[in-house]
Design a binder for this molecule. Structure first.
Ligand SMILES: [Zn+2]
Length: 497
């Protein structure tokens, strides 16, 4: 930003020895100039418009001595570094004013800085990754005695910093996935500010999945991971090391991390000072969350997987609705390793239309309810059983279109249709539904049904009545229409979704 960055003779620091532009770090700009006013105005505009929540700077350095007497904000050499330092201090203050994280490698906490490195040597970036992993864990351990983890920053070099030695970097990420994961676990698990030196965060779907898993894990435990660290066993590369995050004010009062630096299984006893968590009687130690993945070859397959999983938990799906077990299920993921596929390509129902109460009468809500339940039962097919117009008793079904495949456009709209009618009570009905026009009070559950108190059926009874009608389902929109056999006395038209 400043040191070693010249911005033109007019703004650069003037070397007191020569009276010409020049600074100890190469040419540096002077922050006592108008250039600095413009620069920081733009920085804060950028921050406010993008919503950035943190800046980590290198330094800051105090500004180089400047012997200029023409610069706007300092008189000459004697006050030049003081003015420039005030300017840099102001940057921390502006970050604080915005509630931002203000990180810097050096120690300026009294001036508004909020985070610094937990431990850092330039050379450590060149270590082979197995040594780097251990050293960074030691940095975390040693750097959190006097400050909470959120006041510390630690990096992972996905690319080399001072070397491109393939033994030091984590790129290509997919090929070093285990190392990348171990680095992420100890870094995110420490709760400190994670800085990644990288050109990209993932290179393959596998890498992205791993990254997401740990970022999700971090987010779930963010509060406790950001809490204080109790140092249990320092990493030495020879035995189990351990830190314990504690916060008696949280629901999740402790989170412990164990690391085994060796390639072999280690067993041993570790005493956890749980009193810092506020837990005094009983503590339950739970291993890292199990993850159960439901996946499938298509969106529908994933949906079926989710429904199948719900059934494993005891839920049952029926056309009339879901049945959830009365007993509370244990809060635990079952051990599952299953792959399923349908036994039949077509699975569905074929409701009758040959009574006025058939699917024609269903409301949009009825249809939605039936279609939703059918999907939960992993059905993908609708068949409509209808009587064609040749039927002398019934005539064509009310509102039901009957025709041949060539009568339907590819998008499901109908090109031609035979004459049809709405149902009415004057129509001959040989199956005993409505043989003659009747008063509605004579209908089942009619308005003055003797079993009903008050004026009519209750909402619950009306729902019961609706459920009674749920005998089939349909998927809206005709994708394919094909007659199964020649329409005759009884015709079948199959509609496939
Ligand atoms: Zn100056």
């Amino acid at each position: 930003m400043v040191a070693s960055r010249g911005r033109g003779a007019e703004h650069d620091c003037i070397d007191p020895a020569t009276g010409k532009p020049g600074s100890p770090f190469g040419q540096s700009v002077c922050l006592g100039t108008k250039w600095a006013d413009d620069y920081f105005t733009r920085v804060w505009q950028f921050i406010d418009q993008t919503g950035f929540t943190g800046i980590t700077v290198d330094g800051p350095y105090h500004g180089c001595p400047c012997a200029s007497t023409a610069h706007a904000h300092h008189r000459g050499l004697t006050d030049s570094q003081w003015v420039q330092w005030q300017c840099q201090k102001k940057m921390f203050e502006e970050e604080q004013r915005r509630g931002m994280s203000a990180g810097a490698p050096d120690w300026y906490f009294w001036n508004g800085q909020s985070a610094t490195s937990l431990g850092f040597r330039e050379a450590s970036a060149n270590l082979p990754r197995e040594l780097g992993l251990l050293l960074y864990r030691q940095y975390i351990y040693d750097g959190t005695w006097f400050k909470p983890p959120t006041m510390g920053g630690m990096g992972i070099g996905l690319i080399g910093t001072y070397t491109d030695d393939p033994r030091a970097r984590l790129e290509p990420l997919d090929q070093n996935l285990d190392w990348y994961e171990l680095n992420l676990i100890q870094l995110l698990g420490s709760g400190c500010q994670a800085n990644l030196r990288a050109n990209r965060l993932y290179d393959t779907e596998r890498t992205q999945k791993m990254l997401r898993r740990w970022v999700d894990w971090y987010k779930r435990h963010r509060a406790i991971l950001s809490s204080d660290i109790i140092h249990v066993q320092r990493p030495d590369g020879r035995d189990i090391d351990c830190v314990l995050h504690v916060n008696p004010q949280l629901k999740e009062k402790g989170l412990v991390l164990f690391f085994n630096p060796l390639a072999e299984t280690l067993t041993g006893k570790v005493r956890l000072p749980l009193s810092y968590t506020g837990l005094s009687d009983t503590a339950w130690l739970r291993e890292q969350q199990k993850v159960l993945t439901v996946s499938g070859g298509s969106g529908t397959a994933v949906l079926y997987g989710a429904y199948a999983f719900a059934e494993k938990l005891g839920v049952r799906f029926y056309l009339h609705g879901d049945v959830v077990p009365d007993a509370k299920a244990a809060f635990a993921l079952p051990e599952l390793n299953e792959t399923n596929q349908p036994l039949f390509p077509l699975r569905g129902l074929q409701p009758f239309h040959d009574f006025p109460e058939g699917p024609d009468w269903w409301t949009l809500d009825n249809w939605k309810a039936v279609v939703s339940q059918a999907a939960k039962m992993r059905m993908n097919f609708i068949g409509l059983h209808t009587y064609p117009f040749q039927n002398k008793d019934l005539g064509p079904e009310p509102t039901v279109w009957i025709g041949l495949p060539e009568d339907v456009e590819a998008d499901g709209t109908v090109k031609r249709s035979d004459v049809t009618t709405w149902y009415n009570t004057q129509k001959l009905q040989p199956y005993g539904c409505y043989q003659r026009a009747v008063r509605t009070r004579h209908l089942w559950l009619g308005l003055d049904h003797p079993e009903l108190p008050g004026a009519g059926p209750s909402a619950a009874q009306r729902r019961g009545l609706q459920r009674h009608q749920h005998v089939g389902w349909q998927r809206p929109g005709l994708a394919e229409l094909r007659p199964a056999g020649r329409p005759s006395e009884v015709g079948h038209s199959l509609v496939r979704g």
